[in-house]
Design a protein around this ligand. Sequence first.
Ligand SMILES: Nc1nc2c(ncn2[C@@H]2O[C@H](COP(=O)(O)OP(=O)(O)OP(=O)(O)O)[C@@H](O)[C@H]2O)c(=O)[nH]1
Length: 482
Amino acid sequence: MVLAELGGSIARALARMSNATVVDEKVLADCLNEICRALLQADVRFDTVRDVKANINRIVNLDALAAGTNKRRIIQQAVVDELRRMLDPGKPSFTPSKGKPNVVMFVGLQGSGKTTTCTKYADYHRRKGFNPALVCADTFRAGAFDQLKQNATKAKIPFYGSYTESDPVKIAVEGVDMFMKEKYDLIIVDTSGRHKQEAALFEEMRQVSEATKPDLVIFVMDGSIGQAAFDQAQAFKQSASVGAVIVTKMDGHAKGGGALSAVAATKSPVIFIGTGEHIPDFEVFEVNPFVSRLLGMGDLSGLVNKIQEFMPDNQQMQIMDKLGEGTFTLRLLYEMFQNLQRIGPLGQLVSMIPGFSGQFIEKGNEKEGQAKIKRYMTMMDSMTDAELDGTDPKLMNQSRINRIARGSGRRVEEVVHMLDEYKRIAKVWKKLPVLNNNRRSDMNRDIRRISDAIPPNMLTQLGGIAGLQNMIKQMGGRDRSR
Ligand SMILES: Nc1nc2c(ncn2[C@@H]2O[C@H](COP(=O)(O)OP(=O)(O)OP(=O)(O)O)[C@@H](O)[C@H]2O)c(=O)[nH]1
């Protein structure tokens, strides 16, 4: 079962429980059994699943709950908390800081995705303002340097390596020294892998580590091994002072849930997950937002980070304002789709929007997801302003739905389905806190928003931005954040 499916199954089990007229022991037991089945299918260890179930049962003692308590909410919260606990090793990892040289060494078995991940890690930090460089100390696999060179060139990241030198320690030291002198602040050392855990691999790792004195050793592990992750992570942790783990190949893999929970059980912090072969297929792993996204509850802070990473400055404010508005209209959904298409990778971003789960656009099915968004947008193109901006659920009557279907060339059922999806998402948004810290609600911003919204000829008639400013001042411009 892929992770998006796992999230979908758990969310469905919770929804079914929420829709029951009375929440009694049977409803709770059915809900928990469904959740446990989904976890087992995602290859989570039996012991872990059993503990999750026992803990939820302990927290949610229906008999002891006072009359009038919201049992549904207590059950939902207990499930979310248990999923978080299952994935949380409770230990933060070292994070590189700017303004000083940071050396990070990557270790892992052959084929785990180590070399690809080094480049993803470098690229991620460059977007955060670091100056990264790559050193290829993998002398075991012929072609390793070529691969790193290719990846680094594609990502435009400086690299160091040798076709002739066979001593990985010598290359690692030369590369680190060179980049230190050149004032790079994040020096990433890629080391050799082996087909299996063996003494020679661990000895080489130890030597490279001793010579380069890394601030952090990252163990890269293939997520498709599922529960076996526990033993592998444990072995690497004991043999090299591994400070963090990156789990790769989490894209649509059946065993991803098992790998993540198994690594967490070794008390090693997972810091990123790899979700595809390409450089942007890389996500920060933080337990709370991850669980929220898994269950379709979104990850607003992750979304805001992505917007800041990928979107030009002059467009950031506009989308942040919209996100902070609180009322989720169809127009907002439309604009979000428009903006997200520009800043991709779409699957990752969509799941950060509250109300969407990873199933909306599944990894590997981006084309289908894109087509779905396009279909939604075509239907919305056939709506009137009142429909796009409306908040009255009764507005969308049958004749309007028929008209939208005719106008967009889609079937009536498709329009109904899209509106149902929208209502579901809007319901989630209603419960969200407003993004106050991202709202710089001053008069200038209000002015910009109004000037964006009115037709250009009207703005000219008002005397441009200055005229608009004057007019608002006369009307007593307000600051909505106070
Ligand atoms: N689907 C998917 N493939 C990945 C991911 N990360 C890496 N890969 C692929 O996995 C394969 C192995 O990756 P490498 O980076 O060569 O692995 P490595 O661990 O450096 O291998 P050695 O250098 O031999 O030790 C390549 O085909 C990568 O494109 C991921 O997150 N998802």
